[in-house]
Design a protein around this ligand. Sequence first.
Ligand code: SF4
Length: 392
Amino acid sequence: MATVSHSRLSCFESCALQYKYRYLDKLEGERGESIEAFMGKRVHEALQKLYTDLKHERLLNEEELITFYREEWERNFHEGILIVKDYTAENYLAMGEKALRTYHKRFQPFNQATTLATEKLILMDLAQDVQLKGYIDRLDRTPEGVYEIHDYKTSGTLPDQSDVDTDRQLALYALAVKREFPDAKNIRLIWHYLLFGVERESSRTEQELEQLTRETVALARSVLAAQSFPPHVSRLCDWCEFQPICPEWSHLFRTRELKPEEFRKEDGVQLVDEYVRFSDEKHAAEQKLEEVKQRLISYAQREQVNAVFGRDQQARIWTKETVKLPDHSDPQQEELVRLLKLLGRFPEVTRLDSWELGKIIEERRWPSAVLKQLEPFCRKERIYRIYLRDRE
Ligand code: SF4
């Protein structure tokens, strides 16, 4: 039986290559742990200590909690911690402290429920071939018999209700709690967004849990059977420990080490610079060409000629009035499709683009009554082309 965790599945969903490096190749990340992850761990530890002490009838006051947090921060901190954003480690230390102080003030004396476990290990068979592994930050039981699954978050974004209503991780843990505690009829899922001092709550029905199990098993099987692991570039790359070896970024890291002179001479750097230069020149030339084309058309109209002769070549100006219809980027297209369906003409054009439909209208291939109804969608447009030929 294969064991998967929510983080393993999420990793595959966000970037299959990162998944391969981390879970299949079991590579050590080339970069250190991020400061966000480090701060999150210290905050989790402090809250775990708070509730473990409570189980032993010892209530940490706010200052004791902060002292524990600061001591653990200092004991674990090392220079290899990765800071991506433009802030210092002190800033993050202070953020975690503020979050813990806010939490302590809000929930002391922490007697809302009985804590059954902290960092509770979940090992649950989802199917014959798939087992789920995870940890519940805190499992509580209220005096009313409601089980509460608490999750501590130190992320800098606050999700909306629909995000937590579709969250997979805590819902799967709810399933595990149901199986382990037969009296757990009512389970509340609670996320503590500690940096905001805000909680989000949700719950799941039996049917939703069954559906989620089916989906998770299908996802786990496809992840376990995956043969291809394409990279997926996103803003998360900045925090990815494999960025220096990932083909999407490794060139950046390699060339960052070079001295300025070596950097300028590096083949890839030179090729990209050259490519950019030619692209810019091409773009400028295209703009210039369009400008000259318009001037040439105006000249031909003014002189009432169809061809203008240069020293070596002649420019022949071809023009035609066409019918322009709304394309897919135009909201009117939906209305046009509705009308075509109503007129029984849609099957003839489902595979046609608006340019081809325009031709049908121009060539009046459909009955006049049909064409009449399409008129509001038609816009006349004159197009011009210039063909160069040798002078005779
Ligand atoms: S750097 Fe980005 S694309 Fe590369 S493995 Fe990491 S997450 Fe994936």
